[in-house]
Design a binder for this molecule. Structure first.
Ligand code: ZN
Length: 421
């Protein structure tokens, strides 16, 4: 193809991806996030009603709730009537969204270096995976574990220094919730560090000599792409739901262990819809298939699921408040992580079981890893921040978030290496 024609085509792709023809994107002008404070158990029935209301959406239950300008007065009246204290945490959501899209320069030539300090589309990230595999042929392998509902390829990057079949394996996944952009951005940066520092940094060299890292950057490709093209705040997959006009399932409620219990909605319009049945979502099924099959060849010793926001390290269980047998071990590892994170910039994380720190959530990745696959170390993290920007973390926080998270991860991975049976 002639250079000029290719150039024109590139340009038209750039225009579409950048959303310059933008007007089909959902707008959130004047939408606000309110922070509810001083909550106690007496507020619970009211909060559960609020959670079920289709007018308001919790960004972080039970603390942060989003409202449209039209419904704000009603929400305020409800909060006052139920003695809930609150303040405005985010003044205008659309302004933060605009800042994120605008910070994304598509004007750069395609061959320019990948910019780790900004957010990227699914297609840019998929390109990065292939480029990176080509750049580090001795340390990587790239392969597909299948396609998403809308037929996007789910490429896994395997990182490790030798290809003995029996090395213990680590599974690191990000982007299962579409709008949590900092999750893949952090994972990409960390993956690059592992590769770049191998041979120069003893700790990383030892880790890559010991483990195979299986890295899935975007676990929910359709949802992620949709946050770029249509709705920045989309969370779920994009599968069609039988008998409903609402799209998508919460992929982190669709895992085949204790599926369908508390904290996973049976309603397709809910943000935490569990799906029609366990593994109804092809994206989750692809991961389960791969880990199950590969787990017969090598031992998975860690499952790590990266989310945002609220700065937390999360252990099992999600589906019950009962503590598992390995609770003490999980808490020790959590402590290692949060101390290491803190040592970078003083960012404070809390740690504990999902059901203690967040809420009861059934059918999540962590419970499947620990309960079904018997992977002792099965965790989730919620990255920055604690709500000032929520899902709309500005790009100038990408690298600091990645740096501190990587410190935490290194502490955990090294602990695992030192404690291999
Ligand atoms: Zn999430």
């Amino acid at each position: 193809m002639g250079y000029q024609l290719q150039h024109l085509l590139d340009f038209s792709v750039i225009l579409c991806t950048a959303g310059i023809v933008c007007c089909h994107r959902v707008r959130f002008d004047g939408f606000q996030v309110l922070r509810l404070t001083a909550l106690n158990y007496q507020h619970e029935p009211f909060l559960i009603d609020l959670l079920r209301s289709e007018k308001f959406e919790f960004w972080d239950y039970p603390n942060d709730v989003m409202t449209s300008p039209e419904n704000k007065e009603e929400l305020v009246q409800l909060l006052l009537a139920n003695d809930v204290l609150f303040y405005v945490l985010i003044e205008d959501i659309q302004q933060l969204i605009d800042a994120q899209y605008h910070a994304t320069s598509f004007a750069k030539p395609a061959e320019s270096k990948f910019d780790y300090s900004r957010y990227h589309t699914y297609y840019e990230i998929d390109r990065w995976i292939q480029d990176t595999a080509a750049e580090y042929p001795q340390l990587t392998k790239v392969f597909s574990i299948g396609h998403s509902y809308e037929q996007r390829i789910m490429r896994v990057l395997k990182v490790g220094s030798s290809w003995q079949e029996t090395k213990p394996a680590l599974w690191i996944q990000s982007g299962i919730h579409a709008r949590e952009w900092i999750s893949p951005a952090t994972n990409i940066w960390m993956t690059n560090q592992l590769l770049k520092r191998y041979g120069n940094d003893q700790e990383i060299t030892d880790l890559l000599d010991t483990f195979d890292f299986y890295i899935l950057l975007i676990t929910n490709p359709d949802g992620y792409e949709f946050t770029w093209t249509n709705n920045r705040l989309w969370r779920k997959t994009r599968s069609r739901n039988y008998n409903s006009t609402c799209y998508g399932t919460d992929a982190n409620r669709n895992w085949p262990y204790q599926w369908g219990g508390i904290g996973a909605s049976p309603y397709p319009c809910s943000e935490t819809y569990r799906g029609q049945h366990p593994l109804s979502e092809i994206e989750v099924a692809n991961v389960v298939d791969f880990i199950t099959k590969q787990g017969k060849i090598q031992d998975f010793v860690l499952i790590m699921d990266i989310h945002s926001y609220s700065q937390m390290w999360l252990n099992p269980w999600g589906h019950t408040k009962k503590h598992p047998d390995d609770y003490e071990t999980h808490m020790d590892v959590g402590q290692l992580f949060v101390d290491a994170v803190f040592s970078s910039y003083g960012t404070e994380y809390r740690y504990g079981p999902i059901s203690d720190l967040l809420y009861i959530a059934s059918g999540c990745t962590v419970d499947w890893g620990y309960g079904e696959m018997n992977i002792l170390h099965s965790y989730s993290i919620e990255l920055r921040d604690t709500g000032n920007y929520g899902f709309l973390l500005p790009k100038d926080q990408i690298i600091p978030t990645a740096v501190e998270t990587f410190r935490g991860m290194l502490a955990v991975w090294t602990y695992l290496k030192d404690n291999l049976l």
